[in-house]
Design a protein around this ligand. Sequence first.
Ligand code: 4AD
Ligand code: MG
Length: 429
Amino acid sequence: MLTTIARIGQHVGQEVRLGCWLYNKRSSGKIQFLQLRDGSGFIQGVVVKAEVAEEVWENASQLTQESSLYITGSVRADDRAPSGYELTVTGVEIIQIAQEYPISLKEHGVDFLMDHRHLWLRSPRQRAVMAVRSEVIRAMYEFFHENGFVKVDPPILTPTSAEGTTNLFHTKYFDEDAYLSQSGQLYMEAAAMALGRVYSFGPTFRAEKSKTRRHLIEFWMIEPEMAFVDHEENLRIQEAFVSHVVQSVLKNCERELKTLERDTTKLQNVTGSFPRISYDDAIKLLQEKGSEIKWGDDFGAPDETMIADHFDKPVFITHYPTEIKAFYMKPHPERPEVVLCADMIAPEGYGEIIGGSQRIDDPELLEKRFAEHELSEEAYRWYMDLRKYGTVPHSGFGLGLERTIAWICGLDHVRETIPFPRMLNRLYP
Ligand code: 4AD
Ligand code: MG
């Protein structure tokens, strides 16, 4: 029976068989050290010429980088080995001797690696990032499941915009115009009125002409929406949620974070409540630091970093000007020039990972906003219905998966956090 490298610890002292690829090889003439990978992990197989059949030695000698094989061997615990175990090889069954592999073990440029993303994914670092991504998703679902949320799937083809019309991806829907979803929020508001607390997780499309290390054209967003939850409670749920995700990765991806050489001390204190700073105070803080920013301006990436550097945890920037935020955000009851919203800014320069707000529940105000934002009332009639038939205070937020992973993994760029990134100049592979 086959086992996997991840499970090899259960077989110490036994003979096992693995399906794997050769990652690297060293040879001393009498011993071959095979670095093997099977997707679940990496392990070294030791082939001793004097101890194996000639055919086994010959097969091992032929293996090139990324050749596929079945290997048989006995498992030894070895504290010096990165995986903690080593395999004393007794059999090598070749599946295929790979052609010369384009990604050699030397350094390559990013464009080259991106052109070979389908192969680059096999590298230890990329494997580690994908494993963290999987754990983040698992922990997110766990959090919502444990807190009584229902998963709801909003559509991807939509007739209208949710976040403004500047970055919509247009497509034809037979004779009609349609857009790829830029947020499931409006549909999640309908779902919250039906199911109370809901969340969605899916791809999101924004035709943003931004070429930064934080922007993807296609990214994944988790969007909870909660009936009877106000702005303050929304923030408490967000900090509990993000803490749960970070602590789960620390607990379950120790090996991967080590591969990524992540300084985990910075993640350990992501628990409890997060600091809050109002937009007004954030503007003052930036001005004190010599920035020319004025009240009413939106923050750029350097501004966010400067603010985040003040704190050792993610920070909420609250109450942005109504003018620069989406049409659906509820104004502050005493200060209508600001809205009941918050962006969560990750530490260490990773920028905004969450955007959220309390939503307008008053039908008249919502109608006024449609007019101000020149949105067709006809197109949003169904959304208006949510305010006509038992409107309630409600709030929600959207967390960008890739930015969150870039932060947790300590990566320079979001392109490594998604298997096949779609970027301004990249649709291949
Ligand atoms: O702040 P945004 O635009 O908020 C919304 O879409 C709301 N409708 C969410 C809600 O309340 N349900 O996007 C939310 C998050 C951002 O904080 C960021 O993490 C991520 O989505 N994001 C992107 N990530 C990668 N590439 C892009 N181009 C992104 N645009 C937004
Ligand atoms: Mg935002």
